[in-house]
Design a protein around this ligand. Structure first.
Ligand SMILES: NC(=O)c1ccc[n+]([C@@H]2O[C@H](COP(=O)([O-])OP(=O)(O)OC[C@H]3O[C@@H](n4cnc5c(N)ncnc54)[C@H](OP(=O)(O)O)[C@@H]3O)[C@@H](O)[C@H]2O)c1
Length: 429
């Protein structure tokens, strides 16, 4: 049998790049039998040749000149794992336009510029695959575009960020406050020194944009996704949520409604019976609801060297199979609709509100009246601690349009009997 070799190049040799290098090595013996050819990494683009030399068996594969890759007709697949929007976007477009298939783990680029890249792939009859850009090692982009294609997907909701899920787990299980749990996540290497993108929900927001586009066949970009982080969640919120049979999770959610697509990331109370409520530590999970399949859940490692490399290498193998079968670009852009995206102010949610009020007669009636006057129905009113002249109350609302709810909150904030609105957290459902 002829020994078939497909030459590939990689842009970047950091966490994911090193993982891809290792996984390709682990697959070396079986690769040809499995996919019909052996993948050879002919070149790897790095910034610092000396630093990278320690990570590879043969340093002659390293280069800091991207043109050695883009101009090399032998290289059929480019694996982009350098991150950031530029120059990654330009390099990928150039690679596609040079007739190479491209695999990326880069959620920042796919969430904003995915359409451009998919169009370039189509124009050139090549593959542009990005499984690793959402939830690391968990297969979800391909299932959405292929295995679940026989469905009308109505909801995709998930835990898309391991750092924030680790922090919330520590707050829930060990009663830690946010700052302490964040510090622990940083000490253990789960959180970056600048954790803004994770903590503020931006990282999860990019994944929601990518999955919403695949789920609803209509383009959603990161800028369409409402994001809110977990920095204001307290151990007390979590304790109260538990007393009500719920956990608090940072959920990314994409929903299809009659009025358009909802795409958002924010903390939510979620009932302990829901499978997402029991996703602990740095694990990720994605829950998908379709009209035929009903409910499915995908669970696993959403980041890390080898789990992310698992998804990247899976894509590379798909590219190889398509090259061998001469059918590249078989599954490209699936956004054939142009659905409106709903603003957060239009979305209906249930709310958990924790506030400190003056502890005297008539106060609860005043709070109830403000909610009632703004079309907010109350599902539960719970009196919690008393602190001297103050009482802490928790209100759970029925589903209400965010705009009406926020009108009520603004009025409450201006009332002298309300000392503090301590927490506003949406409730999943
Ligand atoms: N880490 C994860 O668990 C994970 C999970 C899912 C997706 N991703 C995505 O995967 C991508 C890579 O992430 P990572 O964690 O592996 O990042 P990383 O550790 O920072 O690695 C990036 C690599 O790319 C190189 N690089 C960056 N800009 C370059 C340039 N202009 N020219 C040449 N080389 C350049 C860096 O070189 P220097 O070291 O010399 O700067 C480094 O080797 C990102 O898009 C990320 O969002 C990561």
């Amino acid at each position: 049998m002829e020994n078939k070799v497909i030459k590939a190049a990689m842009l970047g040799l950091g966490t994911v790049g090193t993982g891809v290098y290792k996984v390709l090595k682990l697959q070396k013996e079986e690769m040809e039998a499995k996919i019909g050819a052996r993948v050879e990494l002919k070149k790897i683009l790095v910034r610092n040749l000396q630093k990278a030399a320690q990570k590879v068996d043969d340093p002659s594969v390293l280069t800091n000149d991207v043109q050695e890759i883009l101009d090399d007709p032998e290289i059929e697949i480019v694996i982009e794992v350098m991150g950031g929007i530029q120059p990654a976007l330009s390099y990928m477009l150039e690679a596609l336009n040079a007739g190479k298939s491209v695999v990326t783990a880069n959620k920042d680029v796919v969430a904003s510029e995915g359409k451009k890249l998919l169009e370039a792939a189509k124009a050139n009859g090549r593959d542009f695959l990005y499984e690793a850009s959402v939830a690391g090692g968990i297969p979800i982009v391909r299932p959405m575009k292929q295995c679940l294609a026989g469905n009308h997907i109505t909801e995709v909701v998930g835990i898309f960020n391991g750092t924030t899920n680790f922090i919330l787990t520590k707050m829930s299980k060990e009663g830690m406050e946010f700052e302490e749990a964040l510090q622990l996540a940083q000490d253990l290497g789960y959180a970056e020194s600048d954790p803004t993108s994770d903590i503020e929900g931006l990282d999860a927001g990019r994944k929601v944009a990518i999955l919403a586009s695949a789920a609803f066949n209509s383009r959603v970009v990161f800028e369409n996704v409402y994001t809110e982080g977990i920095a204001r969640i307290t151990a007390k919120d979590i304790q109260y949520a538990k007393e009500m049979g719920c956990e608090i999770k940072l959920l990314g959610m994409a929903r299809l409604t009659a009025e358009g697509i909802e795409a958002r990331v924010h903390p939510m109370l979620i009932n302990k019976d829901h499978p997402l409520a029991s996703v602990q530590d740095s694990y990720n999970a994605v829950f998908v609801r379709g009209d035929a399949v009903q409910d499915t859940m995908f669970y696993g490692r959403g980041a890390g060297e080898l789990p992310t490399a698992s998804a990247v290498v899976g894509d590379v193998f798909d590219c190889v199979r398509n090259i061998l079968a001469d059918c590249c670009g078989r599954i490209g852009c699936t956004c054939y609709k142009d659905l409106p995206i709903r603003k957060i102010s239009q979305i209906k949610s249930k709310y958990f509100v924790r506030m400190e009020v003056e502890d005297r007669p008539g106060v609860l009636a005043s709070v109830t009246a403000v909610f009632g006057n703004n079309s907010v129905s109350i599902a539960q009113f719970i009196q919690k601690e008393k602190k001297g002249e103050l009482a802490e109350i928790v209100v759970i609302t029925e589903k209400v349009q965010e705009r009406h709810f926020m009108d009520a909150i603004r009025i409450l904030e201006g009332m002298s009997i309300i000392r503090e609105i301590s927490s506003l957290i949406r409730v999943y459902g």
